[in-house]
Design a protein around this ligand. Structure first.
Ligand code: FDP
Length: 334
């Protein structure tokens, strides 16, 4: 793993002044038959995430930090902001043309909404409204992740493999609010300009560096990782990699997307099938990474090819630069 021989420069750039809304209108030209429902759905996500961003900024002042007092479907202590983020997202999304199915990390089951668009298209929107909740009380970075599928007209299926996503994205609520989006033609990044209330495009067609000398993993779980992961981590330490772990997937993955490197949440003793959720965490990030020239795998197969077995299914997650993931894969295959 000779770091000097590899491209480690972030490749981002953009031209012109473009809001998320204008970007989506321009993007619609790729689908001349579309009635614009996807743009409406993404515009709903823009509104809900702006609202969440505003609530987060005032969280301590409005006393909305801390736990609700009961657990969610995953047995985790639900935070007040988990509930606020879910409610805001559902309120905004369920009124949009074309949203037929909603699924959220904080809801036990899929929610069916009876809406149709004039062109008959219907979509499922699956999302993790508040990612990285352990950071809430300490004003650390958190995020929202979403995945959008088109529902086949004659199909009774409501969950599809990630390869069928028509769009995916995340919002990072950090020192600024960042919206990262793909609709299958590259990955684009927008920053919320709160003075005008609009997401402004700051990078077009992001390309992940081929390699990055940084790994992101909860190393405290290392004793329970499969041997290949432990061996790869040793290799990274031997080669003087940096370790970076925020504990919010969106923040950790965003660093890797821009700077290169690798994010891993392997099987652990506590979660032998992995901790992160396929439908609204692993899949959307996998689509973004593949669209940006990166790799997304569970260690056994490409994430986007996994047939879903349920809304809250968990999988091991590896997302990263091609060279990093290839080096990990060698260790896993030994
Ligand atoms: P959280 O439980 O705090 O909401 O999937 C949720 C997630 O955070 C990810 O955002 C994060 O990458 C991971 O779990 C953190 O898990 P560990 O605390 O086990 O490292």
């Amino acid at each position: 793993m000779a770091a000097t021989a590899r491209n480690i420069e972030p490749i981002v750039g953009c031209s012109g002044f473009m809001t998320l809304q204008t970007h989506m209108l321009a993007d619609e030209h790729r689908f001349p038959d579309s009635g614009g429902a996807l743009s409406w759905i993404i515009s709903a996500l823009a509104i809900s995430t702006k609202t969440i961003s505003a609530r987060l900024k005032r969280a301590r002042l409005e006393d909305v930090l801390g736990e609700v007092g009961h657990d969610n479907i995953h047995g985790e202590h639900q935070q007040k902001l988990d509930v606020i983020a879910k409610d805001v997202s559902i309120q905004v999304l369920r009124g949009r043309d074309g949203v037929a199915v909603l699924g959220s990390e904080e809801a036990d089951d899929l929610l069916f909404v009876n809406t149709w668009t004039s062109d008959g298209s219907r979509y499922a929107v699956l999302f993790g409204p508040m990612d990285g909740t352990s950071n809430l009380d300490v004003a650390g970075a958190v995020g929202t992740i979403f995945s959008i599928f088109k529902i086949e007209p004659e199909s009774s299926e409501r969950l599809y493999p990630g390869r069928r996503q028509v769009s995916a994205g995340y919002v990072l609520y950090g020192s600024s609010t960042i919206f990262v989006l793909t609709t299958g033609a590259g990955v684009h990044m927008f920053v919320l300009d709160s003075s005008i209330g609009a997401y402004i495009r700051v990078a077009e067609s992001i390309r992940l560096p081929e390699f990055g000398a940084t790994y992101s993993i909860n190393e405290a779980n290392a004793a329970g990782f499969p041997r290949g992961y432990r061996q790869y981590l040793q290799q990274c330490r031997d080669e003087n990699f940096s370790s970076r772990y925020v504990g919010a997937m969106v923040a950790d993955v965003h660093r890797v997307l821009l700077n290169g490197g690798i994010f891993m949440y392997p099987p652990t003793q506590k979660s032998p099938g992995g901790k992160l959720r396929l439908m609204y965490e692993a899949n959307p990030m996998a689509m973004i990474f593949e669209q940006a020239g990166g790799v997304a795998t569970t260690g056994d197969q490409q994430t986007l090819d996994i047939p879903p077995s349920g809304l809250h299914q968990r999988v091991p997650v590896v997302l990263g630069s091609p060279d990093n993931v290839a080096d990990l894969q060698e260790c896993l295959n030994e």
